[in-house]
Design a protein around this ligand. Sequence first.
Ligand code: COA
Length: 389
Amino acid sequence: MTACIVGWSHSKFGKYDAQTTNETLVVEAANEAMAHAGIEPKDIDVIYIGNMNGGFSRQEFHSSLPLQAHPDLRFKPSTRVENACATGTAAIHMGMNSLAAKKARFVLVVGVEKMSDVDGPTVGEILLKASYAQEEAGIDAGFAGIFGKIASAYFQRHGDKSEALAHISVKNHRNGTKNPFAHFQREFDYDFCRTPSAKNPFVAGPLKRTDCSPVSDGAAAVILTDVQTALGMKRAIAFRATEHVNDFLPMSRRDVVKFEGPALAWKRALQQARLDLLDLSFVETHDCFTSAELMQYEAMGLTPEGQGEKAILEGWTLPDGKLPVNLSGGLKSKGHPVGATGVSMHVMAAMQLDGSAGGMQRKDAKLGAVFNMGGTAVANYVSVLEPLR
Ligand code: COA
């Protein structure tokens, strides 16, 4: 254990107008996180900012945007980190490396994305930059097209799982109604999610609109410090284990139905934490599409391969189940501003472990895990978290 989260902030995710920019989102998130931790801007030693961009914002160079939050942040070392949809967790990892190398006592990590300034087809084009462009970027329907192909291949091997996908959507939307930061605070019933309609059309392969995370804007931030310092802070959520596993980028080089990178990251993280999966009180996982959550049930070891549907159909991942998954509503309902997502997931987990998750709270949450994924199971990060005391 080398690092703790000692403060955080989270904007409401959703669609913002032109007055709200990456800069305004970052400034607000940074100031709120420092205030939450009870530290001053002068106390920050190192800054990391997660932003995928690729054309969502005209402003590509982001590293000094957090310095706009306060004059005392001027001259602090700050770096932008990018790792597709796992950008936020990648930035947190960089912060932990700075702590481990004793280059910092307090690290500010902000994740941000404003996706809604460009039109739908352009969003799809930009997100496809997170595929292996040489072979995969010609697909229709943006990244949904890629996950639609993966879902089709999964259905071919293991049978049609549309029922399970609809139940995952219902669960995550219902959970999202309890999350004040969620993009959607709106329930969808099973029939609506299960049945294609004008309001719930097919987007790609077997994936309908209710199977997709939305296009969202937002930011989240955390303050990290070392364990010794954290012992004297108001709140401290410790990293019990962290793992990062990258797989080959081209889908043609792997069996993409298996999610082998996520499975290895989970296995190593649980070993490092000396825990079984079911020791966890909850998991926040990367449901960019409902099919991804289904496949992640298998990757985390909740069910054997091809049987992920059991976890949702038998209620294991519901809020009162044996392993609640995405109590925050997940990316599906909370939203997925790509650069902010990994940081957001850690904030949601920290709130659970701090007992401050309000209506989302899992009673007596003691251990939680986050799985954040970049691309098609390419950059895979697992964090296991627990209260320091
Ligand atoms: N889930 C549920 N409802 C959604 C939704 C989603 N993902 N996206 C939009 N809606 C709702 C809107 O709120 C709106 O509802 P209303 O008519 O009651 O106001 C309606 O659907 C139409 O919204 P619109 O924005 O026009 O939908 P769209 O068809 O342009 O976009 C998707 C829908 C699914 C194509 C879009 O959300 C998308 O591209 N998502 C995937 C993003 C992605 O790939 N992220 C990276 C993952 S790795």
